[in-house]
Design a protein around this ligand. Structure first.
Ligand code: SF4
Length: 535
């Protein structure tokens, strides 16, 4: 007799991931983990589908054996995880030729034509597109009526809940894939935010995973802050944190609303304190007011300020960048950054096409190299010196004593911050100092250590997972060859021309042109965002 359970479709949704260190290690310490598999899982009718989800960031590379199980494999991940999606596809199809493979996310949106030869469905849209895929591949009855996120399936939510209140971003920074995709900024309804927060269950920390939780309207933010305050007072979560753009700090009322609603920390993409560099990247919102004043406002109100820096070794000398680091280390008013990144020429961004035009992308750069710890662009200082800086920043080598002194001074200066916030500051510094050491030790224990990194795309070693772990059908062996971004001359790889070459020098879409015109023509900042008029 055939039972209902035997008729169920087996669905596996995976967040594909390459670790920054290029080692096959789980990265559990990071609070910001993937949400796509949780929302994708919610699209399948629970009574007809057995759904499992896996996060390679949290649990490390998935075992090929696991990929023999699903009838449908749903892949998502960051831009540079495209090759990892190919690996998983090869493993799944070798063990189950009838498996349906669906891929989505920024890499697929950047390479829609190229992707179609590898996946049954190469999705260019938002997460909801999975409903059309299910309808087409399995039938309408397998589509869930609600598409409510399946938080209960995610084993990586021990530390905090991950919920989104808005989608996309209202700014157009040149280097950003979200800006390049040019999709409209939108705010979720209060009902859906409430539903997701309650569904996540009580967690000490609620992390709002929006790209820009503030957005383009202070009134809209005030409404969401009121909802957070209500749920915070009902003890539906402990405290919350989110990413906002620097214009948020121009209006003190925003900070106060955040504080009243249980906010513990805000992250903002400072990127650089160099105004000329910010303008060159069209990050105009960071030039409207002194960034350190915004940081101080935030900290004085009792909210921890977190930020990352982009160290552009293409336009600034290593000596100049090290000077910037020294300035931060001598200013106890501001915290130490949570990460340092090098600029990445993400395909389809304005920055990418500029780099191509100026022949800045290094020869033999691979798609996998598009991460923030690998130099893939020509450098102003000698390449070896720039690579040395990136290596030092990954372990804070040479700066540790100065950073510890700075951290102690910072904590003394900001005694108004609470114990949790002090703990976050200390954990941030501790994790950065031990990042490489802990990863290397874990990789050595697994026999996966492959020698030191060069931090340069053209000479960097590939991750160990590029070696197939099981015998593959011959047709899938090529899935383990790294996708090229540039060839040996530094030109765009021929196979990517249909996706990326045709848009070279092509005019931007009307909406993108309009957005850029507004941002570039007004340096005072007041006319840019109507909601700031009263700031
Ligand atoms: S503000 Fe952030 S999310 Fe928005 S376009 Fe700039 S980098 Fe991207």
């Amino acid at each position: 007799m055939v039972t209902g359970r035997q008729n169920q479709k087996r669905i596996l949704a995976v967040n594909c991931y390459f670790d920054d260190t290029r080692l096959p290690v789980p990265r559990r310490g990071k609070l910001l983990q993937a949400t796509a598999p949780i929302y994708l899982a919610g699209a399948f009718a629970p009574q007809l589908c057995e759904v499992r989800i896996y996060n390679e960031q949290y649990d490390g590379p998935i075992s090929p054996d696991t990929l023999a199980w699903p009838d449908m494999l749903v892949l998502s991940g960051l831009t540079n995880s495209f090759d990892r999606m190919l690996h998983l596809t090869a493993y799944a199809r070798t063990q189950n030729p009838r498996v349906v493979v669906v891929a989505g996310g920024p890499a697929i949106r950047a390479l829609p034509l190229y992707s179609r030869q590898f996946f049954d469905y190469a999705c260019e849209g938002d997460v909801e597109e999975i409903q059309d895929v299910i309808r087409d591949a399995l039938g309408q009855q397998f589509v869930s009526e609600t598409m409510a996120p399946r938080f209960e399936l995610a084993n990586w939510l021990n530390n905090g809940a991950l919920v989104e209140t808005t989608r996309n971003c209202n700014f157009r920074c040149s280097f950003c894939t979200i800006a390049a995709e040019n999709r409209p900024y939108s705010t979720y309804s209060s009902d859906s935010v409430r539903r997701d927060i309650l569904a996540a269950g009580y967690k000490r920390l609620l992390v709002l995973t929006d790209n820009n939780m503030y957005g383009n309207c202070a009134a809209s933010f005030a409404r969401r802050a009121a909802l957070l305050r209500e749920l915070h007072e009902q003890k539906s979560f402990g405290r919350w944190g989110a990413c906002v753009t620097s214009d948020f700090f121009l209006n003190s009322l925003n900070i106060e609303l955040a504080r009243q609603s249980g906010c513990v920390a805000l992250f903002s993409g400072v990127e650089s304190f160099d105004q000329a560099w910010l303008r060159s990247m069209n990050k105009m919102q960071n030039t409207v007011a002194d960034q350190t004043a915004g940081i101080n406002k935030c900290l004085s109100a009792g909210l921890l300020f977190l930020y990352g820096l982009m160290f552009d070794t293409t336009r600034r000398t290593v000596a100049d960048l090290r000077r910037e680091l020294d300035v931060i280390l001598h200013d106890s008013d501001i915290p130490f950054p949570t990460f340092f990144a090098v600029p990445v020429p993400f395909p389809r961004t304005k920055f990418f096409y500029k780099c191509l035009e100026e022949s800045l992308i290094l020869p033999n750069t691979r798609w996998r190299d598009l991460d923030s710890t690998t130099i893939s662009l020509r450098t102003l200082s000698p390449l070896s010196e720039a690579a040395g800086l990136v290596r030092d920043l990954q372990s804070l080598h040479g700066y540790r004593i100065a950073i510890l002194r700075h951290t102690m001074r910072f904590l003394r200066t900001h005694r108004n911050l609470n114990g949790l916030q002090h703990a976050i500051v200390l954990k941030n510094v501790w994790q950065q100092m031990n990042y490489e050491l802990r990863s290397t030790a874990a990789a050595c224990l697994r026999g996966a250590w492959r020698g030191s990194r060069t931090h340069v795309s053209s000479t960097e070693k590939l991750d160990a997972v590029y070696r197939p772990a099981i015998h593959l059908e011959a047709e899938y062996e090529s899935y383990f060859r790294p996708t090229r971004l540039t060839d040996a001359t530094g030109s765009l790889a021929e196979e990517l021309l249909p996706d990326l070459g045709t848009t070279l020098n092509a005019p931007l879409s009307k909406a993108a042109r309009a957005a850029e015109a507004v941002i570039e023509e007004d340096e005072s900042g007041r006319a840019l965002w109507p909601c700031l008029q009263n700031a």
